[in-house]
Design a protein around this ligand. Structure first.
Ligand code: NAD
Length: 242
């Protein structure tokens, strides 16, 4: 029976690359988007041209009710969810002293509570199947901490704690939980960097280049296929953080 995956924030960037790669491997993909309907439709059309069918589903994953509706859609249509990639996220650069309560809540809700909601909603199906792979997209800043990104770093570190604790709790149900901590990946999230800043970052990366969304998607694909890795944080960063 075909595997079923939900990928959050899949209209562009890393999420889109993961959705396309898993769909091309024969996995039934539900690609979540929030605001970028055109981009989500583009992904669906691109795959349709290759005779691959995917579902796109609009939901703000920072809201429990919308997450619930998306998981219900998946369960009604396919009867199970085997793979969850918690990829949706936002970033913000601000001095710690300038972070407002609203910035903080927004960051935590979008980047961390979303994973809590998604995992709780898919879990009954995974436990019933006695199988599952949950992949949380964290960040190098969740390991190392990023200056002027305290709320982002805290949310991404929270994902790592959640990953390790859940891996222990869910291992006996044969559900693997892992995190990927990307370095700098060429997506909209980094469009604020100047050419000079990107050049300087590249010089710090032993492999000499910024990552592509597909570099992260390949790791997601591997974690989906593997069945003896759990509780790990894999940093896809070209050697930037060793
Ligand atoms: P991106 O901005 O292109 O993608 C983020 C996606 O999340 C978008 O599709 C966006 O619509 C979606 N999203 C945001 N809020 C949402 C919400 N409330 N509900 C549903 N979807 C929502 O950036 P990206 O680089 O592809 O980021 C993907 C993930 O990778 C993020 O979690 C990000 O923190 C993480 N990450 C990125 C980098 C990098 O260098 N690009 C590095 C480390 C970690």
């Amino acid at each position: 029976m075909q595997k079923v995956a939900i990928i959050t924030g899949a209209s562009r960037g890393i999420g889109r690359a993961c959705a396309a790669m898993l769909a091309r491997c024969g996995i039934k993909v539900i690609a979540n988007y929030n605001k970028s309907e055109n981009e989500a439709n583009n992904l669906k059309e691109e795959l349709t041209r290759e005779n691959i069918e995917i579902d796109i589903f609009k939901a703000d994953v920072s809201k429990r009710e919308e997450v619930k509706q998306m998981v219900e859609f998946a369960l009604n249509k396919y009867g199970k969810v085997d793979i969850l990639v918690n990829n949706a996220g936002i970033s913000q650069t601000k001095l710690f002293t300038d972070i407002t309560d609203e910035d903080w809540q927004n960051m935590i809700n979008t980047n961390l509570s979303s994973a809590f909601y998604m995992i709780q909603e898919v879990l009954p199906s995974m436990i019933h199947e006695k199988n599952g792979s949950i992949i949380n997209i964290s960040s190098v800043w969740g390991i190392n901490g990023g200056s002027c990104e305290v709320h982002y770093s805290a949310a991404k570190a929270g994902m790592i704690g959640m990953t390790k604790a859940l891996a222990k709790e869910l291992g006996p149900s044969n559900i693997r939980v892992n995190a990927i901590a990307p370095g700098i990946i060429d997506t909209d999230m980094n469009k604020g960097y100047s050419e000079q800043e990107i050049k300087e970052i590249k010089e710090e990366i032993p492999l000499g280049r910024i990552g592509e969304p597909e570099d992260v998607a390949k790791c997601v694909k591997w974690l989906v296929e593997d069945d003896y890795t759990t509780g790990q944080v894999i940093s896809i960063n070209g050697g930037w953080l060793i």
